[in-house]
Design a binder for this molecule. Structure first.
Ligand SMILES: [Zn+2]
Length: 375
């Protein structure tokens, strides 16, 4: 991760860069902030900058041998420690560790602003208590007893140190106080208050805020192009990027299941099901109604693409893709095209403030006919 790929935190980034440039580095730092702060990404960016062979004034170069490893999270002198629940894994301990480490890299790569929940979901540790074990503290000491492999420095990033078993925490006190030369600890936490005072007193605290609304908005453009909807997300998420991304996904999931139910009901001519759906549709706010119809039109386009055998163009995710493929198998192209036009009309009438319930019922009726008769 590079500093420039992480939104906001301008002052903090400048301070971090400066600390490396003037060589005044605390050997143990505590990167803390509220839930949703981007302190884990910033710790990774800090290590990337430290190892970089060709540091710029504001960021790592991103292309040197060290950077190319750091960007894949495989730099041998950046170590990660993170909580883990007791999951059933490979009996071969070394192999199990290698698998977990691979998953950890996937986590950092695909969910750079992920939460403990995202992490747990990724390795299958949901609903279980995760901790940093005593064994792990031995690993820390072992890893740091070796000289750096490629860099001048060694970095040990401990994510959620508050989950350290107390014997693990006590196990690292000494090395935290007096690490080997050129060794730097970064403890990354959203719950500094849960850390043992003995740990806290050995670190220099750097505090990271949540994102400003403009920075958050900018980050969401890719997942939510609609300005008004994005504004709502920004408002709800209050500076928490991972929360905003979750919300965006949730909304899309709701649309996709609603759309699937609707299309199935139309296909079966099931008005007992369609009637309550039109009531529900009526209850949504105008923006939600319009967005749902827009979403339905987007899906229709996907279905037509699937029908044309161009499914690789598809922007849909797993569940949606299955729906699109199934619908493309049972419905001929003219029906799909006309359905698209029906939705387009619905969108037009919604914009002109027609009764949402009437519009939904009318569209459902037309679509049922199109589906039923193969038009
Ligand atoms: Zn570099």
């Amino acid at each position: 991760m590079l500093f420039k790929s992480i939104p906001g935190n301008h002052e903090q980034k400048a301070l971090l860069v400066q600390s490396i440039a003037n060589g005044k580095l605390a050997h143990a730092q505590l990167f803390h902030g509220p839930e949703g702060a981007l302190n884990l990404s910033l710790a990774v960016a800090w290590a990337t900058y430290l190892h970089c062979e060709n540091r710029g004034a504001e960021d790592a170069c991103g292309v040197c041998a060290a950077c190319s490893k750091s960007l894949k999270f495989i730099h041998p002198d950046t170590h990660f420690v993170f909580p883990l629940a007791n999951v059933e894994g490979d009996k071969d301990e070394e192999r199990f560790k290698a698998t977990i480490l691979k998953q950890w890299r996937v986590f950092l790569g695909q969910h750079p602003y992920g939460t403990p929940d995202t992490w747990a979901a990724l390795y299958g540790g949901e609903d279980k208590q995760a901790l940093i074990s005593r064994e792990e503290s031995r690993e820390i000491i072992k890893a740091l007893s070796l000289k750096p492999f490629e860099s001048k420095y060694k970095v040990m990033i401990i994510w959620q140190p508050e989950t350290m078993h107390s014997s693990a925490a006590n196990g690292i006190l000494k090395i935290l106080e007096e690490p080997p030369p050129h060794t730097y600890f970064i403890l990354v936490t959203n719950h500094a208050e849960q850390l043992l005072p003995t740990i806290l007193s050995r670190t220099q605290a750097v505090s990271f805020p949540l994102l400003e609304d403009e920075d958050l908005d900018e980050q969401l453009v890719a997942v939510e192009p609609d300005t008004l909807k994005r504004k709502k997300l920004v408002q709800l998420a209050e500076g928490n990027l991972s929360a905003a991304l979750e919300l965006a996904k949730e909304e899309e999931n709701q649309y996709s299941s609603r759309f699937a139910t609707w299309m199935r009901a139309c296909y079966r001519n099931n008005f007992q099901e369609i009637l309550p759906m039109s009531e529900e549709f009526h209850e949504m706010d105008r923006m939600g109604q319009r967005n749902f119809i827009q979403y339905a039109m987007l899906m229709l386009r996907e279905i037509m693409l699937a029908r044309a055998g161009a499914a690789s163009l598809s922007r849909t995710n797993g569940e949606e893709r299955v729906l699109a493929q199934n619908m493309s198998k049972v419905l001929p192209v003219p029906s799909l095209e006309r359905t698209y036009h029906v939705l387009n009309d619905a969108s037009y009438h919604l914009e002109r403030n027609g009764s949402a319930k009437m519009i939904f019922m009318d569209a459902s009726l037309q679509i049922s006919t199109l589906f039923g008769r193969g038009a």
